[in-house]
Write a protein that binds this ligand. Structure first.
Ligand code: MG
Length: 382
């Protein structure tokens, strides 16, 4: 289902302690805001609007480096005004498209929540994810005994909250109360049907300084590690040099292929595509397309890396094995690791290149061709 997202990141968040507002602070190695943007990208958002301050707008290009599909809007003095500014920035989207409105202070947004909220919107005007209250509740007035209060039918409201854009615009236009604390409240006031979708304890709101330590511990649970593997082989033919793992090696033969026949880069590209379920190298760069004749294969690998980044993912490590009797790989191994690390944007200790022979057996053993296999681990939003 097509949807767009508005992330409210205009607050100053003074309760979260001194220093930067919480949406700009780091959480498990990434700015808090970036977590939500990556989650919406992984969920297939058509467009993401980040509503923030003038200062925030200046910070966004660095905070969201390498991510596409977002734009910014200037926030208002209150949250409701910021939400409306975000909706206005989506004026070119269909008016009945679902919009998910999310607080940047809830960084650990999972894919299941996005799907659940969108599904529930099919039978409602507005949807919120919420958790039933589990703790016993007490009402305590100063100098009085705490009084136990029923928790029956009480829910803790979270974000992202969903509604069709026109529904939200109409409800905000009709709203005459004070400052609403969430968005379904205005839909509720306008007489709309509001549904509850399952909430997620990981969607905790960063409010107080100690919340950051808790969220750091939960952050691992908001990411999944995926594994991909790739294999490729090319035939030897007449030539003077061979490209392997992005490095040209002088040799008395070359590998034959439509592109530069760099089997190492091809196996690694396929491994990355496999880890994110994006088909194989032939789907993205058809060998029948003359555009790729003699092409340098580093662009195939860069394309796969960009797809990972666009899903809010990151490559954890790669391991490539080259299988051949000749040429000797060892003298070139470090250059290959350095080149792969450069293309992948990874530290070199996350990049491994190994080589083996097949003891003169099979097509690699007989010197008919060279084979490469690769394994990669990719971390993506859960
Ligand atoms: Mg190939």
């Amino acid at each position: 289902m097509n949807f767009s997202a508005v992330i409210v990141a205009a607050g100053s968040g003074t309760r979260a302690g001194p220093g930067q507002a919480k949406q700009w602070r780091m959480l498990a190695g990434k700015p808090v805001l970036r977590w939500s943007v990556e989650a919406f990208l992984a969920g297939g958002a058509s467009e993401i609007v980040i509503v923030t301050t003038e200062e925030g707008e200046a910070a966004l290009p660095a905070v969201l480096k390498d991510l596409g599909g977002w734009r910014s809007a200037r926030g208002g003095a209150a949250r409701a005004l910021s939400v409306q500014a975000g909706l206005a920035a989506l004026a070119h989207r269909p008016s009945d498209e679902p919009v998910l409105i999310h607080d940047a202070a809830r960084p650990l947004l999972g894919q299941k929540t996005i799907r659940d909220v969108l599904n529930a919107l099919e039978d409602a005007d507005g949807v919120l994810p919420a958790l039933p209250v589990a703790d016993t509740l007490k009402r305590a007035e100063p100098d009085q005994n705490p009084v136990t209060t029923s928790r029956d039918h009480l829910w803790r409201a979270q974000t992202p909250q969903a509604a069709r854009r026109q529904t939200l615009l109409d409800a905000y236009a009709a709203w005459s109360g004070g400052e609403p604390t969430d968005d379904v409240q205005v839909i509720e006031a306008a007489g709309g049907r509001v549904a509850i979708a399952p909430g997620d304890p990981l969607l905790m709101k960063l409010t107080y300084p100690e919340d950051f330590a808790m969220a750091e511990r939960l952050a691992g649970a908001a990411r999944v590690t995926r594994v991909g593997q790739g294999f490729d082989a090319h035939r030897w033919g007449p030539g003077e040099e061979v490209w392997l793992c992005g490095v040209a090696i002088k040799h008395d033969e070359t590998l034959i292929g439509h592109s530069d026949a760099d089997a190492g880069l091809h196996a690694l590209t396929d491994a990355i595509l496999g880890a994110i379920g994006e088909g194989d190298i032939g789907d993205h760069f058809p060998p029948t397309d003359p555009k790729w004749k003699g092409a340098a294969s580093d662009q195939f690998l860069k394309h796969a890396v960009n797809l990972v980044t666009a899903k809010g993912g990151a490559i954890v490590n790669v391991d490539v094995t080259l299988i051949c009797e000749r040429p000797k790989i060892k003298p070139h191994r470090q250059a290959m690791r350095d080149r792969l690390a450069e293309i992948l944007g990874l530290p070199v200790d996350r990049v491994s290149v190994k080589a083996t022979t097949t003891e003169k057996m099979g097509f690699t053993g007989r010197g008919e061709g060279l084979a490469a296999s690769a394994v990669v681990a990719v971390e993506t939003p859960a």
